[in-house]
Design a protein. Structure first.
Length: 108
């Protein structure tokens, strides 16, 4: 079971809790990454896949309008086409499925 908190936050704001993330899941099944995006509205958050990197960017709506970003390296067995993201109450949840080791082919 993988369950740890990534602490590679914005180098200029090391004590800021925005964009901390927790990765959970197991080696056999789906994985989930939860990002703390408190203070950032849904339309100010973007999620992108670049190779084997998941990049999350956001702009705070508070007075300072700070920009935040977080990059997470994805394991090689991730099905990038199945990645989904959900935003709810300052929490961004990214669901990641593992590639299928085999493919069933229908005989026609």
């Amino acid at each position: 079971m993988i369950n740890y908190i990534s602490r590679f936050d914005n180098a200029f704001k090391p004590f800021d809790s925005v964009f901390q993330c927790e990765i959970s899941g197991d080696e056999e099944g789906p994985r989930q990454i939860e990002f703390n995006v408190a203070g950032i509205k849904k339309n100010n958050v973007s999620v992108a896949i670049e190779g084997n990197l998941l990049r999350v960017k956001g702009t705070s709506t508070q007075e300072n309008r700070a920009d935040y970003s977080k990059t997470v390296r994805l394991p090689p067995d991730v099905d990038t086409d199945s990645i989904t993201a959900t935003y709810e109450d300052g929490l961004l949840i990214v669901d990641i499925d593992k590639k299928s080791a085999s493919k069933i082919i229908d005989i026609k």
